[in-house]
Ligand binder design. Sequence first.
Ligand SMILES: [Zn+2]
Length: 185
Amino acid sequence: MIIGYVFSGSSSNGGLFFGESDAAEIICSNCGTCNDYGYAPRSLNINKSQMYDISFTDDLRRVFSDRFVAFAKSNLGSDEQFKIIQTAHGSLNYMFPSRIVEFDSIRRKTQFVNKCDLCGGFESIVGAHPTFLLSEKPIGPGFFRTDIAFASGKSKFPLFIVGVEWKKLLEKEKFRGLVFKPIEG
Ligand SMILES: [Zn+2]
């Protein structure tokens, strides 16, 4: 049975999320782990042709269009905070879900590579798909994130997840670039 979906953008927008000078303060100088997921840059330099409703930066942060945010707030009733990021082609928005689901790294055989003595994190965490969660209960309303961040260095970032109902509602809006991967329970 499908209990929820991982959602993301289909392509990079060419921007660098950690391109501004103050980003260095929240990045571990040893392993590159980001220590503040609330951080968002003031602006992004992205390709106009990649101005999708959802896309990701070259350093793997997801960003959302104003239309996506308006729908999430008014139609879905999302209570998440969205931070506005300026681009030359209009604004985008960053969101970090407050709801957490636990990833089953043992069942998935996820690899934790190079523990960092400075921040306690790992340089790389590999093995996110297919996605297994510890709880096999269907995911309810809201945006969720995994408790584990995947990929390497500052690009490490949790998976974003919605339940079956929210996936249907989002899909109906035909948001450009929005892609889903099912999670089996
Ligand atoms: Zn570190």
